[in-house]
Design a protein around this ligand. Structure first.
Ligand code: SF4
Ligand code: SF4
Length: 105
């Protein structure tokens, strides 16, 4: 299957390294393998794959992850169904016909 990506350089995801304890929760819940822990602390390794679902932030007990969740692809899918031009490259066909997929992940 083709690897789907979100828009380039627009993701709000940020890490606060000094707060990270290396518990690994964020890696377990991330559906897009955005994060890794090569040196005992979480690092962002594939920022553009992030769909801003917010799961990592919700499951980080130490406030080490900040992301503006609840927009992104979900909003684009809704806009597409309403006939508006979508900003989501993974759901809107190039001829602007209704999307056939159900989202990114
Ligand atoms: S917001 Fe979702 S997709 Fe992005 S890094 Fe966190 S868990 Fe992964
Ligand atoms: S959930 Fe938070 S504390 Fe745990 S590894 Fe991820 S960023 Fe670090």
């Amino acid at each position: 299957m083709q690897t789907l990506t979100y828009l380039k350089n627009v993701v709000t995801l940020a890490l606060v390294p000094e707060n990270c304890t290396g518990c690994g929760n964020c890696l377990q819940v991330c559906p897009r393998a955005v994060l890794a822990m090569p040196n005992g602390k979480a690092e962002i390794i594939n920022r553009d794959a992030c769909i801003e679902c917010g799961a990592c932030q919700q499951n980080c007990p130490f406030g080490a992850i900040i992301v503006k969740a609840g927009v992104g692809c979900a909003a684009a899918v809704i806009n597409s169904f309403l006939g508006r031009k979508s900003a989501c490259c993974c759901t809107l066909p190039s001829d602007n016909s209704p999307p056939t997929g159900t989202g990114c992940c």
